[in-house]
Design a protein around this ligand. Structure first.
Ligand code: CO
Length: 299
């Protein structure tokens, strides 16, 4: 011991002195306006998350498709649902919140972040993400993060997604059998996308319908249409990023208020398909294209 703290104190003083000199001699540098840092890009994929291991398969598919589309690019993930992050943490998985992932990227010197929303529509979670990303912009000199649109942001997106989704409909479907898609739904203004999606689905296939768990159109709306069309059999499919809790319980569960139970009670035989629309490469491509649009701003 003895001498060491004294040496450290001297080094500290020297560093402080050097810093003072630097500050006086180069105020621009001190304010961060000196040499521009090299551009270091990354993609941050942001999703709600799911604690259902089987449903996590889609994340692997999206990750693979992104690595193929953007070779050599740093690709990270973040999950917006705290209760899900806490749940998977008990299994030893470290899932970061968007703000944690952005802070980490910033600390590691990444300064151009394409944050891709893996949400279906521009609802509450998407807008929360915009606010988080907005907060990060300007925190450090040269740091820029932009958010890529969710899956069904524009009418063009909706047409593209619906066409891909209907093309991937179960091949075993016979004439007269209906397709019933279950969207999440929301009271957020962005929820207007759901009736738009339902409309486009109907234009393509008169026996394909979309309802939502928590918004409009409702299951009752869909049921009325199925009965009006005298549908005897319907496939139930989640129009969601993951086929997790909502798909397994609200859609295909045995509880009396599940979509399957309600429709079967009305005389419609149900065939639930626990597979999200987002396992389709054509659908993933829509997100990839949204990310490409963001990256164009990072020249
Ligand atoms: Co939900």
């Amino acid at each position: 011991m003895g001498k060491k703290p004294e040496t450290l104190r001297r080094i500290g003083m020297l560093l402080a002195l050097l810093l003072c000199v630097a500050l006086v001699a180069s105020p621009a540098w001190a304010m961060g306006h000196g040499k521009k840092p090299a551009i270091k890009k990354a993609i941050l994929l942001v999703t709600f998350g799911t604690s259902v291991p089987r449903a996590q398969k889609v994340f692997t598919l999206v990750d693979k498709a992104y690595r193929k589309a953007f070779p050599g690019m740093e690709i990270r993930w973040a999950y917006t649902a705290k209760f899900i992050r806490d749940k998977v943490a008990k299994k030893g998985l470290v899932w970061l919140a968007p703000e944690e992932a952005l802070a980490k990227l910033m600390a590691q010197g990444y300064n151009r972040i394409a944050v891709q929303s893996l949400h279906v529509i521009a609802g509450a979670e998407f807008h929360d993400l915009l606010r988080v990303v907005h907060g990060f912009n300007g925190m450090s000199y040269g740091f820029k993060a932009l958010v890529g649109n969710p899956l069904c942001a524009t009418t063009g997106d909706i047409k593209r997604v619906v066409e891909a989704v209907l093309k991937a409909a179960p091949k075993a479907r016979k004439k007269g059998e209906a397709l019933v898609y279950m969207g999440h739904g929301t009271a957020h203004p962005g929820g207007v996308a759901y009736p738009a999606i339902a409309y486009v689905i109907g234009l393509h296939d008169p026996l394909a319908f979309l309802g939502t768990v928590e918004g409009y159109p409702t299951l009752e709306d869909v049921k009325a249409k199925l009965l009006a069309h005298k549908v005897k059999t319907a496939y139930l499919l989640p129009f969601m990023t993951v086929a997790g809790d909502h798909a397994m319980n609200d859609m295909a569960g045995d509880e009396p208020d599940s979509w399957k139970s309600v429709l079967q009670k009305a005389g419609i035989k149900c065939k639930p398909v626990i597979k999200p629309i987002t396992e389709d490469p054509q659908v993933i491509q829509v997100w990839i294209d949204h990310t490409k649009t963001v990256l164009k701003h990072f020249k």
